[in-house]
Design a protein around this ligand. Structure first.
Ligand code: 5RP
Length: 233
């Protein structure tokens, strides 16, 4: 039986890939939904429907997938802009603010997604929330030597920090930059803009997964009457 979430991810990935134009620089996000977009961009390149694009990957995963699907890559040192970035999210609120970092890639994702002239978020319907923090904890990337004071400072802010542990790897998750990730539960996030800044002001924090005022378009994959549909906000 086909997994409906997998169908939604594939459809929304294709819808985002359809918006990529020839001759552009494209930010390539991380996660299972963006992986579908990367595959669909690769398909368009293969058929010749799309030409002369270069990608900026947001993670080791995005880099590996892009190479697998034949997408030429470059780095931020070699370009002066990004036309479009496509990325997933763990939560999307009605203002199109996001929590990201489920794949521990939010630091590079924030650099690339914020630089893009257009930032498209691709999600399945299960990611929509009325308020950030409703279902997902806030990921915070921390340099290893500062992990204890950072976790203490986060607790003083009212958060409940938890060091992210590896799956099929003993010990904590280590990011592409060699840092650690703390997932923080907040009972309420009344001010996402303020919390993003407050967390980043703790010495030892590299970046957190709250993305505010940066999303241009959210493409949402849904199943309506048994059929996959794309809705946009
Ligand atoms: C990685 C991310 C991902 O975009 C986010 O976790 C969504 O992933 P998926 O599409 O697999 O649900 O922020 O750091």
């Amino acid at each position: 039986m086909t997994d409906p979430v997998a169908v939604m991810k594939e459809e929304v990935g294709k819808a985002a890939a359809a918006r990529v134009q020839s001759g552009t620089i494209v930010g390539l996000g991380t996660g299972s939904t963006t992986a579908c977009a990367i595959a669909a961009i690769g398909d368009r390149l293969k058929t010749g429907d799309l030409k002369d694009i270069v990608g900026i990957p947001t993670s080791f995963q995005a880099e590996v997938l892009s190479k697998q699907y034949g997408i030429p890559l470059t780095s931020l040192d070699a370009v002066d802009h990004i036309d479009l970035a496509i990325d997933g999210a763990d939560e999307v609120d009605p203002q199109k603010n996001l929590i990201k970092g489920g794949g521990a890639a939010h630091t590079r994702e924030k650099v690339v997604d914020y630089l893009a002239a257009q930032f498209i978020v691709v999600v399945d319907g299960g990611k929509l929330v009325s308020k950030l923090g409703e279902k997902f904890k806030v990921p915070v990337e921390v340099i290893p030597m500062a992990i204890t004071p950072v976790m203490r400072a986060i607790a003083q802010l009212g958060g409940e920090p938890e060091l992210r542990m590896g799956v099929k790897k003993a010990g904590p998750v280590v990011t592409d930059q060699g840092n650690l990730v703390v997932d923080v539960h907040f009972a309420d996030i009344p001010d996402p803009v303020g919390l993003e800044q407050t967390l980043n002001n703790i010495p030892g924090v590299l970046e957190n997964g709250i993305f505010v005022n940066c999303t241009d378009l959210v493409l949402i994959g849904e199943i309506v009457d048994g059929q996959p549909k794309i809705r946009q906000i």
